[in-house]
Write a protein that binds this ligand. Structure first.
Ligand code: GDP
Length: 456
């Protein structure tokens, strides 16, 4: 058990929401924000740039007597952008930025391709997760709780409703088992480090959300106590979410700080287009509670911030910053070493490719890594892999790939540039573009089969 001093140094775990399109990721995030707002007694939630913080006090009052035992985690920080694309883009040193994930599955539809894709990515990054079996209000006969507190009213439902949920939960358990996970309905799980908890919820009515938060807290406690300790007092470390030009302010970066402290006036090193950017923080901005029309009033300035938190940073020279790249606070005597570190981090993320195979382009290092893993699982080899749009030089390089079925470029979440389009007219290189991994692979496999059939 952690002592009082150790407890002080535990930071807030960062949670990503993933799942198939339309299964309710956005609704869940909205409801988590809304539930705390509606339930005034539950206390405040804090809106960050790119994230929402639900403090432990809020979770406690939402959960009532569901929660027991000593809790040392200060709360949960939800990344506001849902989807596994956000998950793979946001990297921290050595892995994904998220400490935990919620996998949203529409209980009426079960696992869909992007659900499986998300699980494979979570497995690859060894990220602990909880399944939110969403849309229980759509189960025929479900009677919603009228005025909250939104704790799951499972036991008050008629037997046929309970049976319906049970049957669907077992279907999810079966699918998770196929993918190598042991799971059960959350109230039957004794040890969340061994079993994936499945929490029936409705992002529409809010039911089950306290239960979900409670399971996340439990998971965070057991898994993360070790990792989160001692991380909130050192120089700030974070990841760039987005590079944005703000009217009246100029170029800014939205970042998630996952480690340490950041202050106005600090020198920071950020991943840049050609080389790391070294700059001094002019302002740290958080969303103002009452958003005004004037740009300067949309944000509150804060002198300093402690992890984990989302913040907009204003500094000179941010126009070349790269989303998904690291951000590090440097002391005067450590700038050179940190520049090397940042270069090293970007280099370390370089993708190891096969001797022969196809070419893959993707928008970020994280997504490139995820897609290569998926391709390898499908028995497809990758000889060339790079971040960026499909340019003429890529087509020229692809023409050197041996084997007719390898003369292909798969583009994930990228464009084919005009010069490449022109060149492709006279080239035998085939390109495929999509922003859903499994569709991209499906298209390639279909083409591959057609080519084989033609050859016979
Ligand atoms: P996302 O693509 O995963 O972010 O899904 P959305 O949150 O956009 O939800 C897709 C659709 O499902 C929307 O029309 C939502 O209103 C609906 N939806 C989401 N959660 C629930 C739920 O718990 N119950 C019901 N009945 N509809 C839901």
């Amino acid at each position: 058990m952690a002592t009082a001093t150790e407890t002080k140094n535990l930071r807030t775990p960062i949670v990503c929401v993933m799942g198939h399109v339309d299964h309710g990721k956005t609704s869940l995030l909205d409801k988590i924000r809304g539930t705390a707002v509606v339930n005034k007694e539950a206390g405040a939630i804090t809106q960050h740039i790119g994230a929402t913080e639900v403090p432990l006090s809020t979770i406690r009052s939402l959960c009532g007597n569901l929660m027991s035992g000593t809790v040392v985690i200060p709360g949960l920080l939800f990344i506001d952008t849902p989807g596994h694309h956000a998950f793979t883009t946001l990297r921290s040193r050595g892995g994904a930025l998220a400490d935990l994930a919620v996998l949203v599955v529409d209980i009426t539809e079960g696992f869909q391709p992007q659900t499986i894709e998300a699980i494979k990515i979570l497995k690859q990054f060894k990220t602990p997760f909880v399944v939110a079996a969403n849309k229980i209000d759509r189960i025929q006969g479900w009677t919603p709780t009228k005025n909250g507190p939104f704790i799951l009213s499972y036991n008050k439902q008629p037997d046929y409703v309970k049976t319906a949920i049970e049957t669907r939960t077992y279907e999810l358990v079966g699918k998770l088992s196929d993918l190598g996970f042991s799971s059960d309905r959350y109230d039957r799980v004794r040890d969340f480090t061994r079993n994936v908890g499945i929490v029936p919820i409705s992002a529409k009515t809010g039911e089950g959300i306290p239960d979900l938060l409670m399971v996340l807290i439990g998971l965070a406690q057991r898994f993360l106590e070790e990792n989160l300790r001692m991380t909130v007092t050192g120089p700030g470390v974070g990841t760039v979410l987005e590079v944005k030009e703000e009217r009246g302010l100029g170029f800014t970066i939205d970042t998630i700080l996952y480690d340490g402290v950041i202050k106005v006036g600090d020198t920071v090193v950020i991943g840049g287009k050609d080389k790391p950017i070294v700059t001094k923080i002019r302002a740290l901005l958080k969303p103002a509670p009452n958003r005004e029309i004037r740009v300067e009033e949309r944000f509150d300035r804060v002198p300093k911030l402690t992890a984990a938190a989302g913040v907009k940073i204003l500094a000179p020279g941010l126009e070349n910053a790269v989303a998904g790249s690291p951000l590090r606070v440097a002391k005067e005597d450590s700038v050179e070493a940190i520049i090397k570190d940042v270069e090293g981090e970007l280099e370390k993320a370089r993708i190891v490719t096969d001797e022969t195979g196809i070419m893959v382009k993707a928008d970020t290092l994280g997504s490139l890594e995820a897609i290569i893993n998926e391709l390898r699982d499908s028995g497809i080899k990758v000889a060339m892999a790079e971040v960026g749009d499909i340019a003429r030089k890529d087509v020229v390089n692809a023409e050197t790939l041996p084997g007719s079925l390898n003369r292909v470029i798969l583009g994930f979440n990228v464009q084919t540039l005009v010069d490449a389009k022109d060149y492709l007219q006279t080239s035998d290189i085939k390109t495929f573009n999509n922003n859903i991994i499994y569709k991209l692979i499906e298209d390639y496999e279909k083409w591959q089969k057609e080519q084989k059939d033609l050859a016979e």
